[in-house]
Design a protein around this ligand. Structure first.
Ligand SMILES: Nc1nc2c(ncn2[C@@H]2O[C@H](COP(=O)(O)OP(=O)(O)OP(=O)(O)O)[C@@H](O)[C@H]2O)c(=O)[nH]1
Length: 426
C-alpha cells in the first residue's frame, strides 16, 4: 500500500494483530515518543517495530511534513508486505485535513475512535522528544495516555564525527519547512532527554568509536539505557517497555549537584569561589567553574565562543558585567554556543520577593553580598585542559559593579546571542 497527498499534518498507522486488541479500553494507553536526527534510522526502526510487533496492536503516528511523507509510505508499504495486511491507515489515510498540526486533538480522537495497545509517536527531525511527551502529561491527552518512554535514535557514525574528533558531513539539522538548528545542539539535547538511547548504524563505527560514543552519552545522561543496533533491530519488548523516568539525571545538572528539578542535592559551601570536579566517568571528565564575579562581555564571548574541541558540552549561569541585573544562561554543544538573557537575578528583586523566593527555594546557593549572582559553568568533555580554561576565564573576571563601556549583550528576556555557530552543510 502506498499513498501520496500534499496535506501537512499527521499520519497514523495501526498495526492490528490477528487476535484483536488485548488491552482494557479504559486503561491508559502507553506512549513511546521516538526522536532522533534526520536520517538516524527512525523509519527503519519503525518498520522493524511493526514487523516484529507480535500480538501487540500498535498505532504509529508520524509527522507528515515534506520529506517525511516518504517515510509514511515506507512504513505502510514495508509493514504491509511483511505482516500480511496488518497495517491500516486511520480515517481514510489522513487525519490532517481538519486537524492540521494539532497533535493533541489527533491523539485524543485516536484514543476515542480506535483501540490499540500502544502508541508510538515519531517526533520530527529537529525537535526534541521532551515537548511531544509533555503533551501526554499536561494536555487533554493525559487522561487517555501514559508516557512509557522517550527513545532517541542516534546515528552513531554522525555522533562520533560530531563529538569524538571526527569531521561531520552535516553540521546543521534542517526541517522540511526550512527551520534549522545546529546539529550538535540537537544531538546533545535529544540524548539529555532520553529514557532509552538507540545507538544505530553500529556497522559504520569501530569498537573504539562506539565505546567513546557510549561514554559521551553516559556523561550527558547518566544511567540512561543504551542499546546498540544495526538497521534499528532493537528488541521490541524493551523498546515499548515502561522506561520513563521524569526525574532521571541530566549530565550537566548532575555535575552541578542538581536534581532534574534544578534543586541542589548537596551543600556547596566547600566549592564557593573555586572550581569543583565531578567524578571522572569512563575517561570523559567534567568540572564546574564557579565565581562570585561577573565576566566582561567581550572576553566571555571570545572564550565561550571558541572553547577547545575537547569540550563536548558546557552549560550554566553567567553574571555579565554591564548587565548586572540579568541572569544570563550559556549553552554550548560541540561547535555551537549561545548566551540567552533570562529573567532578573533574585538578588535584584525587592526584598520581600527575595524572601518569598528563598523560602520556597531553600536550596538556592545564596551569597551574603551578591545573593544568587554568580558565574557557574559546567564543562564536559575529553581530557579538557582545565587549568588553561580556568585561567583564561579568570582573566576576564571583573569586579562586581565595574563599569563596562562596550560589548553589551541584549537584556530583554529570551534574547539570544550566538557566540559560535557551525557552518551550514558543505
Ligand atoms: N549502514 C546503515 N544504514 C542504516 C542503518 N539504519 C538505517 N540506515 C540507513 O540510513 C538511512 C536513513 O534511515 P531512515 O530510517 O530513513 O532514517 P530516519 O531517521 O527515519 O530519517 P528521516 O525520516 O529523514 O529523519 C536509510 O538509507 C537507511 O537504510 C544502519 O544501522 N546501518
Amino acid at each position: 500500500m502506498s499513498f501520496t497527498n500534499n496535506h501537512v499534518g499527521f499520519h497514523v498507522f495501526i498495526y492490528q494483530a490477528e487476535e484483536g486488541p488485548s488491552m482494557n479500553p479504559r486503561e491508559e494507553i502507553p506512549v513511546t515518543v521516538l526522536g532522533g536526527s534526520l536520517g538516524a534510522g527512525k523509519t527503519t526502526l519503525l518498520n522493524h517495530l511493526l514487523t516484529s510487533a507480535g500480538d501487540r496492536d500498535i498505532a504509529v503516528l508520524v509527522n507528515d511534513m515534506g520529506s517525511v511523507n516518504v517515510d509514511a509510505e515506507l512504513v505502510a508499504e514495508e509493514s504491509d508486505l511483511a505482516v500480511g495486511g496488518g497495517v491500516t491507515e486511520l480515517s481514510n489515510g489522513c487525519i490532517c485535513c481538519e486537524l492540521q498540526d494539532d497533535l493533541e486533538t489527533a491523539v485524543v480522537r485516536l484514543a476515542r475512535e480506535r483501540t490499540f495497545d500502544h502508541l508510538v509517536v515519531e517526533a520530527s527531525g529537529v525537535s526534541e522528544p521532551g515537548p511531544v511527551a509533555r503533551l501526554f502529561v499536561t494536555s487533554r491527552a493525559a487522561a487517555r495516555y501514559d508516557v512509557a518512554g522517550l527513545v532517541t535514535v542516534v546515528d552513531a557514525r554522525l555522533f562520533a564525527d560530531t563529538f569524538v574528533g571526527g569531521d561531520p558531513e552535516r553540521t546543521v539539522a534542517e526541517e522540511s519547512d526550512g527551520t534549522t538548528r545546529p546539529l550538535s545542539a540537537l544531538l546533545v539535547e535529544q540524548v539529555e532527554s532520553a529514557d532509552l538511547v538507540v545507538l544505530n548504524k553500529r556497522d559504520l563505527v569501530t569498537d573504539a568509536e562506539i565505546a567513546e560514543v557510549g561514554e559521551v552519552v553516559e556523561v550527558l545522561r547518566p544511567g540512561v539505557d543504551v542499546v546498540e543496533t544495526t538497521y534499528g533491530e532493537v528488541d521490541v519488548g524493551r523498546l515499548l517497555s515502561d522506561l520513563h523516568d521524569p526525574d532521571a539525571p541530566v549530565g550537566w545538572r548532575a555535575v552541578l549537584g542538581e536534581t532534574a528539578n534544578g534543586h541542589n542535592t548537596e551543600d556547596h559551601a566547600h566549592t564557593h569561589n573555586d572550581t569543583s570536579h565531578a567524578e571522572t566517568t569512563y575517561g570523559v571528565t567534567s568540572f564546574v567553574y564557579r565565581r562570585r564575579a561577573p565576566l566582561d562581555p567581550d572576553g566571555a564571548a571570545d572564550v565561550l565562543g571558541s572553547l577547545p574541541e575537547s569540550v563536548v558540552r558546557a552549560k550554566g549561569s553567567l553574571w555579565v558585567g554591564g548587565a548586572e541585573d540579568v541572569h544570563y544562561t550559556y549553552s554550548q554543544a560541540g561547535p555551537s554556543a549561545y548566551i540567552t538573557a533570562g529573567g532578573p537575578w533574585i538578588a535584584t528583586l525587592p526584598e520581600f520577593e527575595q524572601d518569598t523566593y528563598r523560602r520556597n527555594h531553600p536550596e538556592l546557593d545564596w551569597h551574603e553580598e551578591y545573593g544568587d549572582k554568580r558565574t557557574e559553568l559546567v564543562f564536559i568533555g575529553h581530557d579538557i585542559d582545565e587549568t588553561a580554561l580556568v585561567e583564561t576565564l579568570d582573566e576576564h573576571l571583573l569586579e562586581p559593579g565595574a563599569p563596562v563601556t562596550d560589548g553589551q549583550y541584549p537584556t530583554e528576556a529570551g534574547a539570544e546571542v550566538a557566540l559560535a555557530e557551525p557552518e551550514v552543510d558543505r
